[in-house]
Design a protein around this ligand. Structure first.
Ligand SMILES: [Zn+2]
Length: 411
C-alpha cells in the first residue's frame, strides 16, 4: 500500500499541527487563569460599570416604558426577573463575554485565520472572516442574555428552579437534533444536489441501507475552508444529507458514496442512551449550579448580596469548564468507538473497501490530518480515531475472499 503522505507532506502536516498541540496542552490552564482573574479582580468593577450603564440607559430610554409594543416586552422582563435590574445583569454578562472575546481575539485570529492560511486550509477573505466572527459573537451574546434571564430570573423566583428549568431543557435537548438542518444555514449557502448519476447512486445506497431522507444538499463551505465535510442533519422526515462543495470537487463518485455510507452508519447507532445521559447530566449540572449559588450567597462571594446574584456568572463558567474538561475524554472515547463502528458499517454497506480507503486517504490529504497524532491529544478529546488507525482497519486489497473486520463482532 502506498504511504498516505510523502516525507515532505508529512513534515508540513507535523508543522501545521504542532501549534495546535501546544494550544491543546496549555489552553485549559490559560482559560482557568483567565476565569480566576475575572473572579478575583474584575467582577466588582464590571458589576459597578454595568449598574451605572444600566442606570444611564434607564434614564435616557424612560420613554420606551410607555411605547406601544416595547412596553409589554419591558413589563414581561420585569416580571421574569422578579424586580428591576435585569438590564444591569445582562450588561454584566455581556461585559464578561466581551472581555473573554478580547482576551482570545489574538489567539482566535492566529488559529482561525493566520495558521489556516499559512497551510492553505482556509479560503476566508479578511472581511468574510471578520463578519463570521462578528456573527458568532452576536449569536453568543443573544444566547448569554437568554441564559441570564432564564436561569437567573427563574432561580430568583422559583424554589426548585433547577427542576423547572431542567426538565423542559432536557426535553428540548432530546428533540433538538430535529432542528439540525437549519443550524448551519446561518453561515453557509445550501442548495439541492443536482439530478444525475451521483444523486441516483446516493438514493440507491440509502434505499439499500433502509434510511429515509428528505434531500441531498450541497453546502458551499469552500468560501471559508478547503476541508472535506459530510454530515446528516435532522432525523426521520427532516433528515438531510449534507455534502460540502469541496467533497463533490475532490472525490470520485464511489469515494463520495463511501463517505455517505460512513455517515449512514451514524444513523443506525443507538442514540437514546446518549441523549438520556446528557439530559440527566443537564439536570444534575443545574442542581450543582443551585448548590453553588446558595453557597456563594451565604458567604457573600464576589460581593454577592443575594441568591442568584449575576456576579456569580463567571463562577458558573468555571464550573461548566471543569465538568467539560473532566468529561470530554470519556465522551470522546465513546465517539471514537462510534466512528469505528460507522466505518465498519460503511464497509458492509458498500462492499467496496478500495473506494473507502481512497476516500480516507483523500480526506487525510485534503484536510491535512496528522496520521499519528500524539496519544495524549487523542485521549484528551479527539472525536475520531487517527486516520492511520482507521486506514489500518480497512481490509487490505488482497486477493481472495474479503471479510470486513466487523463481521467477526457480529454473533
Ligand atoms: Zn463519523
Amino acid at each position: 500500500m502506498d504511504p498516505i503522505f510523502t516525507p515532505e507532506q508529512l513534515a508540513e502536516i507535523k508543522a501545521y499541527h504542532l501549534p495546535l498541540y501546544i494550544r491543546s496542552a496549555v489552553s485549559p490552564a490559560v482559560y482557568l487563569g483567565v476565569l480566576l482573574f475575572i473572579l478575583g479582580v474584575l467582577v466588582r468593577p464590571f458589576y459597578r460599570g454595568a449598574e451605572s450603564c444600566a442606570g444611564w440607559l434607564t434614564q435616557r430610554l424612560e420613554f420606551l416604558r410607555t411605547a406601544p409594543v416595547l412596553r409589554v416586552v419591558i413589563q414581561a422582563m420585569d416580571r421574569l426577573w422578579g424586580e428591576p435590574g435585569w438590564g444591569a445583569a445582562i450588561l454584566f454578562a455581556l461585559f464578561v463575554d466581551l472581555f473573554l472575546e478580547l482576551v482570545y481575539a489574538p489567539s482566535n485570529t492566529y488559529f482561525g485565520y493566520v495558521l489556516e492560511h499559512r497551510y492553505g486550509m482556509s479560503a476566508y477573505t479578511p472581511l468574510r472572516y471578520a463578519l463570521d466572527e462578528l456573527k458568532g459573537i452576536a449569536v453568543e451574546g443573544v444566547a448569554t442574555s437568554a441564559l441570564v434571564l432564564g436561569l437567573y430570573g427563574l432561580a430568583r423566583r422559583v424554589k426548585r428552579w433547577w427542576l423547572v428549568l431542567g426538565i423542559p431543557s432536557a426535553l428540548l435537548l432530546l428533540v433538538s437534533s430535529a432542528l439540525d438542518p437549519y443550524r448551519s444555514r446561518v453561515f453557509f449557502d445550501q442548495k439541492p444536489l443536482e439530478q444525475g448519476p451521483v444523486r441516483e447512486r446516493i438514493t440507491a445506497l440509502m434505499a439499500s441501507a433502509d434510511i429515509p431522507f428528505q434531500d441531498v444538499l450541497v453546502e458551499k463551505t469552500s468560501v471559508a475552508s478547503k476541508r472535506l465535510q459530510a454530515y446528516f442533519a435532522g432525523q426521520g422526515p427532516t433528515r438531510t444529507i449534507v455534502l460540502n462543495d469541496v467533497l463533490l470537487q475532490e472525490l470520485a463518485p464511489d469515494e463520495l458514496l463511501a463517505a455517505v455510507a460512513h455517515e449512514a452508519g451514524h444513523v443506525h447507532e443507538p442514540k437514546w442512551p446518549g441523549r438520556i445521559a446528557s439530559s440527566l447530566a443537564l439536570v444534575a449540572l443545574l442542581f450543582a449550579i443551585d448548590r453553588l449559588l446558595r453557597h456563594s450567597a451565604a458567604r457573600g462571594w464576589f460581593g454577592t448580596t443575594r441568591f442568584a446574584d449575576i456576579r456569580t456568572l463567571p463562577l458558573l463558567w468555571l464550573l461548566t469548564f471543569v465538568i467539560f474538561f473532566l468529561s470530554t475524554p470519556l465522551s470522546a472515547a465513546f465517539s471514537r468507538e462510534r466512528e469505528r463502528e460507522a466505518d465498519r458499517y460503511a464497509l458492509r454497506l458498500t462492499q467496496d473497501p478500495d473506494a473507502f480507503r481512497r476516500m480516507l486517504v483523500k480526506a487525510a490529504r485534503v484536510n491535512k490530518m496528522d496520521p499519528e497524532p500524539p496519544r495524549w491529544v487523542v485521549l484528551k478529546g479527539h472525536s475520531h480515531p487517527p486516520i492511520g488507525e482507521r486506514l489500518a482497519a480497512v481490509p487490505p486489497p488482497a486477493p481472495g475472499p474479503q471479510t470486513p473486520p466487523a463481521a467477526r463482532d457480529v454473533p
